[in-house]
Write a protein that binds this ligand. Structure first.
Ligand code: CP
Length: 302
């Protein structure tokens, strides 16, 4: 995987994904044992360029780079020359002149990481582009599923909520399909067009038809910031029809794995009881996010 750009899940083969998981498992174990400083990337520079807000992805890439010994720089978009009108192309050329090895990019426009990569010599990793893809989130989600269930093969995974605006859903669908899981998408028609069936997944509007049988429930955030139209009447109705409330929680399999990429809208897509129950692995996902990003930086730079 050396010097590889990672824009989409399609940039990774099944073997690449398995290698990322093996490497992440090794780093996770080391970090848990207290080894938090490695030297593998000590002459490398990683640059975080986030045009959209982030807590988990930006911090975990920063931690991942620092734990591997790299210099990590966070560009503040608000105080950068982008605010004076400098284009993405000229920003890329400027940063390239400073010999950066890897760029981590989040942008509201689909395809922005690919565009950026045309003007730099370093690798680019997509940290979320519009509603298109968020490949590192899908890797950490799938890694969490493998840890809890042993394999993705034939695992029954429901992805529930605002599918339309979700780059997490798209990357999850592609990765889970590649690894042989059975994916069902659940949401209101307005947030889950029938066209998603072309991805080779099941599509339903009825959460109660899947709640008792699935192995994994991945609850997605309702993305208010991407919604210009009204996709459902009220948040209360959305929550009643599609939220993981305590009544639905009772019906799940005893060994169900409850996930959420964060940030959560508690009381909307996930109730307080589900968000804090002993079947949720939401903070495990966060921990795995650091390990997965360490693995990706290590494999693409070392
Ligand atoms: N899951 C995710 O991408 O979270 P952040 O927006 O906090 O990075």
């Amino acid at each position: 995987m050396k010097n590889r750009n990672i824009f989409r899940i399609s940039d990774l083969s099944k073997e690449d994904i398995e290698e990322v998981f093996r490497t992440a498992a090794r780093f996770k174990k080391e970090v848990r044992e207290g080894n938090r400083k490695f030297q593998e990337l000590k002459e490398k520079t990683v640059l975080n360029l986030f045009f959209e807000n982030s807590t988990r992805t930006r911090t975990s890439f920063e931690l991942a780079g620092k734990r591997l010994g790299a210099d990590v720089i966070n560009i503040s978009i608000a105080t950068s020359s982008l605010k004076k009108g400098e284009s993405l192309m000229d920003t890329a050329k400027t940063l390239d002149a400073m010999h950066v090895d890897t760029y981590i990019i989040r942008h509201s426009a689909a395809g922005a990481p690919q565009l950026f990569s045309k003007y730099v010599r370093g690798n680019v990793i997509n940290a979320g582009d519009g509603a298109c893809e968020h490949p590192t989130q899908a890797l950490l989600d799938a890694f969490t599923m493998v840890e809890q269930k042993g394999t993705l093969k034939d695992l029954n995974v429901a992805i529930i909520g605002d599918i339309l605006h979700s780059r997490v859903a798209r990357s999850n669908i592609h990765l889970l399909n590649k690894m042989g899981a059975n994916v069902t998408l659940v949401g209101p028609n307005t947030l889950l067009p029938k066209s998603f069936e072309s991805f080779g997944v099941k599509v339903t509007n009825n959460i109660d038809s899947v709640i008792e049988s699935v192995d994994v429930l991945n609850m997605l955030r309702v993305q208010m910031e991407r919604q210009n139209d009204s996709f459902f009447p009220t948040l209360k109705e959305y929550s009643e029809l599609y939220g993981l409330n305590s009544k639905r929680l009772e019906k799940t399999k005893k060994d169900v794995v409850i996930m959420h990429p964060g940030p959560m809208n508690r009381g909307v897509e996930i109730g307080f009881e589900a968000a804090d129950c002993n079947r949720q692995f939401i903070l495990e996902q966060v921990e795995n996010g650091v390990a997965i990003r360490m693995a990706l930086l290590y494999l693409t730079l070392n």
